[in-house]
Design a binder for this molecule. Structure first.
Ligand SMILES: NC(=O)c1ccc[n+]([C@@H]2O[C@H](COP(=O)([O-])OP(=O)(O)OC[C@H]3O[C@@H](n4cnc5c(N)ncnc54)[C@H](OP(=O)(O)O)[C@@H]3O)[C@@H](O)[C@H]2O)c1
Length: 293
């Protein structure tokens, strides 16, 4: 019989890490968290030898505060965390024979001629074509290297959404902006995708997966559903990509990811991820039921 899984979450104080911990605890799983810096090889080895995980979940990394513009001005810190640290943890996990799930990003693509709005989504095998932000650049480079570790599962999240109005939630962000662009994008509803991450990790799947709900949804569609289900008096204003470029330092990725690989794999485990419009309805209905306004 396989040993009972023991999960160790890296980046233990982070937003996604907190959701993962809550989920695993609700499933009755053994879960530990750590805030040990990933680039500190001796400390990483010591932590792994102490906890003896069967599965490591890496939800650590520089995402920037208040947003990815921070990475433009802190390039060395961003490299240390998103490249050196991330690779160090993958390497130690490999040497110790431990499965590692990396919570990565799909913000490494931008719509182009062969992937226009409304057209086919980017595949896991497509080369990154968005380097408009230093954050995305580090994430794309590290993925290219990390994919060669046979113990690593890379999950590409995009614009993650929780069932509350936490400041990290994509909906909270766009609802607070003075003006928003209106472009279809792939989004990750955590309620739907985090259980899938646990399934893939437990089955020790490896390789790269686009990790979003199927389909793409525009900012206006999201905000219209938010208004319908959560905040009836909500209003917002749009602006163009050109106008947006004047108020941000780093470029922002806009794209649709193809989720066929993910859907096919999850079908093997009897798990389905809802299409993004349906997923948002479910998310906002849960918010409303919980009294979130
Ligand atoms: N939120 C998003 O919009 C989004 C979108 C797509 C993908 N992702 C990816 O999902 C992952 C988790 O995101 P999140 O939103 O939960 O971010 P978060 O709330 O900022 O959490 C990340 C955590 O990682 C820690 N950390 C940073 N560098 C580290 C290092 N070198 N060693 C150990 N811990 C380190 C941070 O701790 P300190 O604060 O102490 O540095 C922080 O607690 C990230 O890799 C991110 O790129 C996020």
């Amino acid at each position: 019989m396989a040993a009972k899984p023991v999960f160790l979450i890296w980046g233990g104080e982070g937003w996604v890490a907190g959701h993962l911990k809550t989920l695993l605890e609700s499933q009755g799983k053994e879960v530990h968290t750590t805030t040990v810096r990933m680039q500190n090889r001796e400390a990483v080895i010591a932590e792994i030898e102490k906890v003896k995980p069967t599965h490591i979940l890496n939800a650590a990394g520089s995402t920037g505060r208040p947003n990815v513009d921070w990475c433009e001005d802190h390039k060395e810190d961003t490299i240390r965390n998103n490249v050196i640290g991330t690779l160090n943890l993958a390497d130690v996990a490999f040497l110790k024979g431990i499965h590692l799930t990396v919570f990565a990003t799909g913000c490494i693509y931008a719509y182009n001629e062969s992937h226009p709005i409304g057209g086919p989504g980017f595949l896991e095998t497509d080369k990154a074509n968005f380097d408009g932000s230093f954050y995305s650049e580090t994430k794309a480079h590290v993925e290219e290297v990390m994919k060669h570790y046979p113990n690593v599962l890379v999950l590409r999240l995009r614009m993650p959404v929780s069932d509350d109005l936490h400041s990290r939630n994509f909906v909270t962000k766009i609802a607070k902006y003075e003006r928003v662009v209106d472009i279809p994008n792939s989004n990750t509803i955590l309620h739907d995708l985090l259980p899938a991450a646990v399934l893939l990790a437990e089955h020790k799947d490896t390789g790269i997966y686009n990790f979003t709900n199927p389909g793409a949804i525009s900012h206006n569609e999201v905000l219209a559903l938010f208004k319908e289900y959560v905040r009836p008096d909500f209003t917002w204003k749009n602006f163009t990509l050109e106008e947006q470029a004047k108020v941000i330092k780093a470029g922002r990725s806009n794209c649709k990811l193809d989720t066929t690989k993910l859907e096919t794999k999850l079908k093997e485990y009897g798990y389905t991820v809802p299409e993004i419009h349906e997923a948002y309805k479910g998310c906002f209905q849960r918010m409303a039921a919980a009294g979130v306004k």
